[in-house]
Design a protein around this ligand. Structure first.
Ligand code: ADE
Length: 669
């Protein structure tokens, strides 16, 4: 067949473009070269003003079905950049094209993607990053012509840009991307989807996951604090001096100056450096005379203004009562009254009043408000606002399953906001737990129980550690247990536990495990699984709070803004952990069960041994078989109480994933 030859180029190239895709179509060549094996190659170039200066398009572009060896005279191009010019060269080929000389004739078309929709997404912000996750958020488009249905988030490792990318969707303008590699730079782009298709992608944003040593503080602008502290030490001294002179705290200042360096260090707890203009917590122990501290921060109340009505509880120092407080010219208000029982020694009086000296320095809607003290007559009293629903742990247990997720998140948001206020003031709580949160009739949660060492003496959960301190082990960060390194970061760990308590309606963290087992499990990297019905986003946040490296935990300001976003976009709370939790990927991923060896042990440990026969009768006789059970299975074998179902399912998740191994495996949910 001597008349065979390469085909002529394609003809009549036309295109159709929308926000998301570019469709190219052409007519077959007028001369097929006398053969039937016609195919096409499409090459993309981006050219500047000078057509000689073209470069090949990057790997971002996708061709459907492929760019080369096309049998049909059309191709779809995806993932192009908005506001760019692309030149497509289309070449016809047949079985003898290889033998023809270069350059082979092509048909070219230049297309401007300005015709695609504008990018509805601007700046994509990193909210926080851990070793394996990055939380991103962006502004919702202002007044979009069509409502945004959802967003697509495309991401890939910067190093491997050409290879592949992953994508995920989010209904809300925020997302947590999990399963990332530590210390790796990723590129993120977001685009919005409306009923007519996708907008263009946002510009590319590059963020890095954390490593063992990286400190989130650096990302959050805390570098500024450190630099300010170092460079502006002198300025700070001048400002502080002015501050104390102006606020009349000279006496304290003179006394504090005479105290030892050690004392001065405790004044700014854990190295907290105050900003001028931001109120800072003052440790009442820096006063030689504690009575003076009380009177500086708390109003003395005439006992005739107080009407005690009934006893509502018992504290370490005496009874807690409810009652009423009259203030001339004001409406009578309900109050709680803590009393100091008779026969006390001076140290007890000082410890009792320390709480008032601390509380009196705070003014925030999520911190219990001090009304005043009675110190000049007996009994000595501390009067605080009354919280109708009492402490959060018992309140939740009483109302198991009664609240919507949004209500629970609202409570958590309040607690985080109170904690942000405390940490901004340089106050470290050390005993943040649901039992120390009070709830009012509007479900507003307020942080209470202040008083440092005294708090821990008083707390039935506090246990002595080998270093001699008394610590509520289940709520406390490992560094605080090990070497008493209490900080706002250790409070953030406790906050994660409070989140878990709230989402499980007052379940005891780590159930009946001993304190020693809790310490060992945490040390090995295990973490509490998500409570039943817990949105993935909330469990992710808990895990973030439980990072071993305290510098990697979120700051309270991050927690508040993250919860705000969830509340503003309730659809972000719809994915529950059990919706996405599958079995481990391979049998090798199922570690042995270190804590329990039999079904009986396991049920004992979660105080559910009454169901042992139910499990056995239904054939769930091994921990392996139990680890595959669904909530329906649990109901089917006769666990009817919702609280019991929740406890068992939570613990099955623990069995299944061997509690989450955060350190080694990242955030698996
Ligand atoms: N128990 C302890 N403090 C309380 C308060 N402020 N209101 C109600 N109950 C309480």
């Amino acid at each position: 067949m001597t008349n065979e030859g390469p085909p002529s180029p394609p003809r009549n190239v036309v295109f159709n473009i929308n926000e998301t895709s570019l469709f190219l179509e052409w007519s077959p060549p007028s001369d097929t070269g006398g053969r039937k094996d016609l195919t096409y190659n499409v090459l993309c170039k981006r050219c500047g003003a000078d057509p000689q200066e073209c470069e090949l398009c990057g790997g971002d572009l996708r061709f459907i079905p492929r760019p080369q060896g096309l049998v049909n005279a059309s191709v779809t191009v995806l993932d192009f950049t908005a506001h760019a010019n692309y030149t497509f060269e289309i070449e016809s080929l047949n079985g003898v094209s290889e033998m023809s000389s270069f350059p082979r004739p092509v048909t070219a078309i230049t297309i401007s993607t300005d015709q695609g929709g504008p990018s509805l997404v601007g700046v994509v912000r990193k909210d926080w990053a851990s070793q394996n996750s990055i939380a991103l958020s962006w502004q919702e488009p202002e007044q979009p012509i069509l409502p945004v249905l959802d967003y697509e988030i495309k991401y890939y490792e910067k190093e491997h840009e050409q290879l592949s990318y992953s994508s995920t969707r989010a209904k809300a303008p925020s997302v947590i991307i999990t399963g990332l590699k530590p210390s790796t730079r990723y590129i993120f782009q977001v685009r919005a989807r409306t009923s007519t298709g996708y907008s263009s992608y946002s510009p590319k944003f590059e963020y890095e996951t954390g490593d063992e040593t990286s400190d989130m503080a650096a990302d959050q602008g805390q570098v500024l604090v450190i630099v300010t502290a170092a460079v502006g030490g002198f300025t700070l001294l001048v400002i502080l001096t002015l501050f104390f002179l102006i606020t009349g705290r000279c006496q304290w200042y003179i006394k504090a100056k005479m105290k030892s360096d050690e004392k001065r260090r405790t004044h700014y707890q854990n190295g907290h450096i105050p900003f001028p203009g931001i109120k800072t917590y003052i440790d009442p122990d820096t006063y030689e005379d504690p009575t003076q501290a009380v009177h500086e921060f708390a109003k003395e109340i005439d006992p005739s203004r107080i009407r005690i009505e009934r006893v509502i509880g018992a504290g370490e120092f005496g009874e807690v009562c409810s009652g009423r407080l009259r203030t001339p010219g004001k409406k009578e208000i309900p109050v709680a009254i803590k009393t100091l029982k008779g026969g006390y020694v001076e140290r007890q009086r000082r410890d009792f009043l320390r709480e008032a000296s601390i509380m009196g320095q705070f003014d925030h809607p999520n911190i219990i408000r001090l009304e005043g003290v009675v110190t000049k007559s007996r009994p000595v009293m501390i009067v605080v606002e009354y919280m109708e629903n009492g402490s959060l742990d018992s309140f939740l247990r009483k109302h198991d399953g009664h609240f919507t997720v949004i209500q629970l998140v609202g409570m958590l948001r309040g607690i985080a906001s109170g904690m942000k206020y405390l940490s901004d003031m340089g106050y470290v709580h050390r005993d943040l737990a649901a039992r120390n949160i009070l709830v009012n009739s509007n479900l507003v949660c307020k942080v209470s129980d202040f008083g440092l060492s005294r708090v821990l003496e008083d707390d039935p959960e506090a246990a002595y550690t080998t270093s001699g301190g008394k610590i509520p082990i289940r709520w406390t960060a490992p560094e605080a247990i090990a070497y008493r390194k209490f900080s706002s970061a250790s409070d953030a760990w406790s906050y994660g536990i409070v989140m878990w308590e709230v989402m499980s309606y007052g379940e005891r963290p780590y159930w009946e495990m001993s304190n020693q087992d809790v310490i060992l499990s945490i040390e090995e990297g295990y973490r509490l699984p998500a409570p039943m019905g817990c949105p993935v986003a909330l469990h992710q946040l808990m895990l973030h709070c439980w990072q071993k490296e305290r510098g990697h935990r979120p700051k309270f300001t991050d927690i508040v803004s993250f919860l705000d976003k969830l509340i503003r976009n309730p659809s972000s709370l719809l994915t529950l952990v059990e919706d996405i939790q599958g079995l481990p990927e391979s049998p090798g991923d199922v570690p042995e069960y270190p804590l329990f060896i039999s079904v009986g042990d396991w049920l004992d440990s979660i105080k559910m041994s009454q169901y042992k026969n139910n499990f056995m009768a239904a054939g769930f006789t091994t921990l392996d078989s139990i680890s595959t059970m669904s909530i329906e299975d649990v109901r089917r074998i006769g666990v009817t109480l919702i609280g019991h179902q929740r406890r068992i399912v939570s613990s099955i998740q623990t069995l299944r994933l061997q509690l989450l191994h955060v350190q080694e495996k990242g955030f698996h949910v």
